[in-house]
Ligand binder design. Structure first.
Ligand SMILES: *Cc1c(COP(=O)(O)O)cnc(C)c1O
Length: 446
């Protein structure tokens, strides 16, 4: 008798995650989410990437965003969250639009900033917080502490995504004086289960403190969880954007090039996952500011991280992009294979300012510095792909960078309601300088 596989839209498998340092046990989705980083300091990576059926891509334009997201993420969650709960988490995550706006012939801006904090990180933060709340729902009293370093937008998105989530305390570390006023307010004014630590240093200092806390055995009992883009539950849902763009552009029948303004390279890495799941993407461009570790790597094959430099696209001021190792894993460290799918270019603040003005002059579109860097990388790559459509990701609303955008474009931006609600609230932060200060804060109630 032939073996007939029972039809099921939901595959009852368990995805395992392995450490990219290959010296730690494989873990479940839940364990990878809660641990953040593996015990051997490696980032977790899914053991398999199974392409979605061609049927899905044939009818994608008829599917809702929620259905697309469910089909894309389900193999990574497996049976650890029941289908109905996972669908509910996705619905709560995707509570806003992802419009594609035509900026020039064959160039589109994919606007990812219509969420509660007006940054694309809202999607990952909302998805992760709700998964964590699901896993916590059967535990009584055991608290998780989520710690996160931010160079700009992560903090606000995590603060908003986790606000009021039961059983979770959130501690955000941000570099003093290096985030915009609106960004700072978004992460320092919420209160409740959210605390902001203002670090006398740069973003990399914040990130180092977070990494150190995870490796600190004397803090094990604190149930620390990371909400940086290294966390699989924040990183993976970012693949949705690429599916949503494809859905809107499929009828054009042209190859698609995506340019991601890149800092920690989580977003673009999720895009590559989407491609591995079968999404037809011709080429990726990682566009960076002068923090150009990856563009230099593509030129000479040497991965040589440097301390980060401050720029006007501050959410990308990252000297040692943590997700890059995941991208290398997908290309088995084969630089020539990698370069077939991927380019990376860096741009100065002066070039970014000119791009902002050019976009505005030619099409009346108001971008912000991160999107403008993405636009520049896209333009450069499109020279090699004359018949393709290019999409740059607009990762934040221009209002979040009004100090740059208003004077350069000579415009006055109306303040959206999401931002207005934090502007008059009082900033509350705790100043720290060293890892010991951070640790003392975590142990404050003992
Ligand atoms: C975080 C962020 C980026 C960089 O994204 P990565 O996934 O870290 O590469 C780009 N733009 C904005 C506005 C961001 O907040």
């Amino acid at each position: 008798m032939a073996y007939c596989k029972k039809y099921s839209a939901y595959s009852y498998i368990k995805m395992k995650y392995y450490s990219l340092n290959h010296n730690a046990p494989k873990v479940s989705f839940q364990e990878a989410l809660i641990q953040g980083l593996a015990p051997d300091k490696g980032l977790y990576f899914p053991e398999s990437l199974t392409p979605i059926s061609s049927d899905f891509f044939d009818k994608i334009e008829t599917l809702s965003n929620e259905e697309i997201a469910f089909q894309a993420i389900q193999q990574f969650v497996g049976d650890e969250i029941p289908e109905a709960n996972l669908r509910q988490i996705i619905t709560e995550t995707l509570c806003f639009d992802f419009p594609l706006v035509k900026v020039e012939n064959n160039i589109y801006s994919l606007e990812l900033f219509h969420g509660p904090t007006m940054a694309f990180k809202d999607v990952g933060a909302r998805f992760m917080s709700r998964c964590l709340a699901y896993f916590n729902s059967d535990k009584k009293g055991a608290k998780n502490t989520v710690i996160v370093a931010t160079s700009g937008d992560t903090g606000g998105a995590v603060a908003s995504g986790f606000l009021g989530v039961e059983g979770v305390d959130v501690v955000i570390l941000y570099p003093s004086g290096k985030v915009s006023d609106i960004q700072e307010r978004q992460l320092t004014t919420l209160g409740q289960n959210i605390t902001a630590l203002e670090v006398d240093g740069v973003f990399d200092d914040c990130q180092d403190m977070v990494k150190k806390a995870f490796l600190d055995e004397s803090l094990n009992y604190k149930n620390l969880t990371s909400a940086n883009s290294i966390n699989i539950a924040r990183w993976l849902p970012q693949m949705f954007y690429f599916f949503f763009a494809y859905k809107q552009l499929k009828s054009e029948n042209k190859p698609l090039i995506f340019s991601c303004p890149s800092g920690n390279f989580g977003n673009i890495c999720a895009g590559i996952i989407a491609k591995k799941l079968g999404l037809p993407i011709e080429h990726f461009v990682a566009s960076t500011n002068v923090n150009d570790t990856v563009p230099r790597f593509l030129e000479d094959g040497l991965y040589d991280p440097k301390p980060s430099e401050a720029t006007i696209s501050n959410a990308m001021d990252v000297g040692n992009p943590s997700n890059f190792i995941r991208i290398q894993e997908m290309y088995k460290n084969d630089l020539s294979e990698f370069k077939k799918d991927f380019s990376s270019f860096s741009f100065t603040d002066a070039e970014t300012e000119v791009a902002l003005q050019t976009i505005y002059k030619n099409s009346g579109y108001i971008a912000e510095p991160h999107g403008a860097v993405g636009f520049l990388g896209l333009k450069k790559e499109l020279q090699n792909h004359p018949n393709s459509i290019g999409i740059f990701l607009e990762t934040a609303h221009p209002i979040k960078f009004l100090d740059v955008v208003e004077p350069f474009l000579n415009v006055k931006l109306p303040i959206p309601t999401q931002i207005e609600s934090v502007l008059n609230k009082e900033k509350l932060s705790i100043k720290i300088k060293t890892y010991e200060d951070f640790k003392a804060y975590l142990k404050r109630n003992e």
